[in-house]
Design a protein around this ligand. Structure first.
Ligand SMILES: [Cu+2]
Length: 174
């Protein structure tokens, strides 16, 4: 009797551990997948002029699932804010966003004159062809955070975008 009981207990334990292992594998693979949830394409950062300690970063973000961008950090600035930029009554207005929700499959373009990553208190000047490392924190629809890293190339602004840039400096100069 005792022997049979032992066997049953062992079998139960065995099954449980197999189940736990399967669960762990599922969690592990979903973490791996999470790292590729959002594609971050054509990342670039605006080169700075002498004495300038802010800049902006741009890229196109496309997520395979509904996620929210909740935090951005860079290795060249004290802080990074998510900004929107809109024309309101002929005035370019920038607004800081706490987060940026991304709908699955829809590309979100961060570009001059629109959404951008605003970098404050640059630790060094940003010169053409340098690389800036961003760490983006996203939250999925279950509230679980995951991070993705992306390398952005520093580029000088096009002449055609100079007006946007002027607005930028103006809004952040005070
Ligand atoms: Cu801004």
């Amino acid at each position: 009797m005792t022997g049979i009981k032992m066997t049953m207990t062992q079998r139960y334990t065995h099954r449980l551990s197999r189940y736990s292992l399967a669960l762990l594998l599922t969690i592990a693979s979903s973490i791996t997948q999470a790292q590729q949830l959002v594609s971050l394409d054509n990342p670039w950062v605006r080169a700075t002029n002498a004495g300038q300690n802010i800049s902006a970063g741009y890229m196109t973000m496309t997520s395979t699932h509904d996620v929210t961008l909740v935090k951005v950090e860079s290795d060249v600035s004290d802080s990074v804010e998510i900004h929107s930029m809109k024309m309101e009554n002929n005035v370019m207005k920038m607004r800081m966003l706490d987060s940026l929700p991304l709908n699955a499959g829809k590309p979100y373009k961060l570009e001059p004159g629109g959404y951008h990553l605003m970098m404050f208190n640059l630790k060094r000047p940003l010169i053409d062809a340098q690389v800036v490392n961003f760490e983006m924190t996203f939250k999925n629809n279950k509230g679980i955070e995951f991070k993705q890293k992306v390398k952005a190339t520093v580029k000088s602004p096009d002449n055609s975008n100079q007006n946007n840039y002027g607005d930028h400096e103006h809004h952040h100069s005070h």
